[in-house]
Design a binder for this molecule. Structure first.
Ligand code: NAP
Length: 498
């Protein structure tokens, strides 16, 4: 057994022992914040052999973040070194690695530890990993991400394909695609970035597009040297840029889902981008039949150029099956490919699962989440004392910066940890408080373009309700500024110990 729980952290006499699950942006942030307050008694369990979450896994050609780089950072660690408006996956990975290193988080991470179960015994959690290691903790915090389990489309005959085939987040970097015929299934943000990156490299690229998406044609651009120097040397310039971008994105991504006026402007720009596709037949294939913003906007200034290259073929006929030589569409045509990429997205509603949780009185996560992922303000789960999530179900969504969202949630969890440490209690959200909060979120979510825009998307849960909270970062900050004391059940640790 590793990391036997202690009553106190090293620096604070009452600091709880904490297990953090996941060493992505959220887990690293929680580690940094704990270290900043001198709470060193924590372990970060990471299933992979490296940190970085999304940015470790998504290293496909063209992988980049479509949130401006100067915003896609921890607010307390702005980065003057970005060279382009949008950062590429390896640079982002490096930034978060550097943050973990600079802030002393690396020694706290244990790699190759995929958590299988978390069991509450009335006083503490026992966290068990798939390789059989166990950890005891007063508090568990998860930062496991929302788009981390590949959704590899189940297409008949896929296993008979003769060439390499893989999901976009499991890219085979040993493969030389020069001169090859590449098939890409899926035209969401990942598929679009791959098409843009490889259209010139491969001999033939076939994009199998079941549903066209609205593409916001925002070009990437280098950051001029003058600006970079300003960000580096003028005090406050970088922070001001962060705040400016935060306000801009908040207006578009925060209000867009509920405010049609915001979407009118976005739609005009998307349509102008689409109009640059000269061939009317191709343009028709790329034209969505639902409202702008219904599916998450794809942001790309290069996609429409890429799909017009002679090497690229867009196939909107449905896929019937896959065979040894390639993909056969419903019209019987065989599209020969040497390699196949499934840019088919992620299991967006898995959240913590397949991890198993057993909370107070033997109540399991499957019990609490039998209908929908019931939770309180995205961070707490009824009947799971001292167990908190970052970027949990019903976090805000859209094209907002997930880093900013996670920072707000981390701040909130830290306030709960303060109470846990000061009062020596175990906290879990009251079930009625969770239901009331979630009912409000879902009611609002049903009014959004995500629900009413006439599309199907990974935002929607099995009831057709978006599992996202359509509020801005500004509203999130206000609503999570201070935990409502009475919304939590607090049980004294001493009572339990006695
Ligand atoms: P996605 O948006 O879920 O897109 C999956 C694509 O695969 C869709 O075109 C979907 O078609 C298609 N597909 C799924 N199953 C299929 C099947 N059986 N047959 C044919 N087509 C199938 O996934 P993603 O592109 O990986 O993006 C997921 C999310 O990750 C994005 O929405 C975004 O939030 C995030 N992301 C962000 C960035 C960034 O720059 N920040 C980059 C990449 C990803 P249908 O639409 O018909 O279902």
């Amino acid at each position: 057994m590793a990391g036997i729980g202690t009553q106190g952290g090293k620096a604070g006499s009452h600091a709880p022992r904490i297990v953090i699950i996941g060493a992505g942006i959220a887990g690293i942030l929680m580690g940094i914040k704990l270290r900043q307050r001198g709470w060193d008694d924590f372990t970060i369990l990471e299933k992979a052999d490296s940190l970085g979450g999304t940015w470790r896994e998504n290293q496909y050609p063209g992988a980049a973040c479509d949130v401006p780089a100067h915003l896609y950072v921890y607010s307390f660690a702005p980065n003057h070194a970005w060279r382009t408006r949008y950062a590429k996956a390896p640079e982002i990975w490096q930034y978060y690695h550097d943050q973990a290193e600079r802030n002393g988080v690396l020694p706290h991470i244990e790699y190759g530890r995929e958590v299988a179960t978390c069991t509450f015994d009335g006083a503490r959690w026992t966290v068990t990993t798939r390789d059989g290691e166990t950890y005891r903790a007063d508090v568990v915090v998860t930062g496991v991400g929302r788009l981390h389990q590949p959704n590899v489309a189940d297409i008949a005959g896929a296993e008979t394909f003769a060439g390499p085939r893989f999901h976009s987040s499991q890219w085979d970097h040993t493969l030389d695609l020069k001169g090859k015929r590449l098939g890409i299934i899926g035209g969401g943000s990942s598929g679009v970035q791959i098409v843009s990156a490889l259209a010139d490299e491969v001999a033939k690229l076939t994009l199998f597009l079941r549903t066209p998406q609205w593409v916001f044609p925002l070009p990437d651009a280098p950051i001029p040297l003058g600006k970079r120097l300003k960000y580096r040397f003028v005090p406050g310039a970088l922070e001001a840029q962060y705040r400016k971008l935060e306000a801009e994105i908040d207006e578009r991504a925060g209000r867009g889902p509920i405010d049609p006026e915001v979407r009118v402007v976005t739609a005009q720009l998307c349509k102008a981008g689409l109009a640059t596709v000269r061939d009317p037949e191709l343009r028709a294939k790329l034209t969505p039949d639902y409202e702008v913003g219904c599916k998450r906007l794809v942001i790309s200034g290069t996609f429409y150029d890429a799909v017009q290259k002679p090497s690229v073929d867009v196939v909107t006929e449905g896929i019937d099956h896959i065979e040894e030589r390639g993909v056969v569409t419903k019209d019987g045509a065989l599209h020969e490919c040497d390699a196949l990429v499934f840019a088919t997205g992620f299991k967006a509603h898995a959240f913590l699962r397949p991890m198993q949780l057993v909370g107070e009185g033997g109540v399991t996560l499957d019990d609490v989440w039998s209908e929908i992922p019931l939770n309180y303000r995205t961070v707490g789960i009824p009947h799971m004392p001292n167990f908190f999530m970052l970027n949990g179900p019903y976090s805000p969504g859209g094209s907002a910066s997930v880093v900013g969202i996670i920072e707000v949630q981390t701040g909130y969890v830290l306030k709960l940890l303060d109470r846990i440490a000061e009062e020596q209690v175990m906290l879990s959200p009251r079930e009625d408080a969770a239901r009331e909060w979630l009912d409000g979120v879902r009611e609002l979510a049903r009014t959004t373009v995500w629900a009413t825009g006439g599309c199907n998307s990974w935002y929607l849960d099995q009831t057709g309700t978006p599992a996202y909270n359509p509020i801005s970062i500004t509203e999130l900050k206000t609503s999570m500024a201070e935990p409502i004391r009475d919304d939590f059940e607090a049980r004294s640790r001493e009572t339990v110990a006695a």
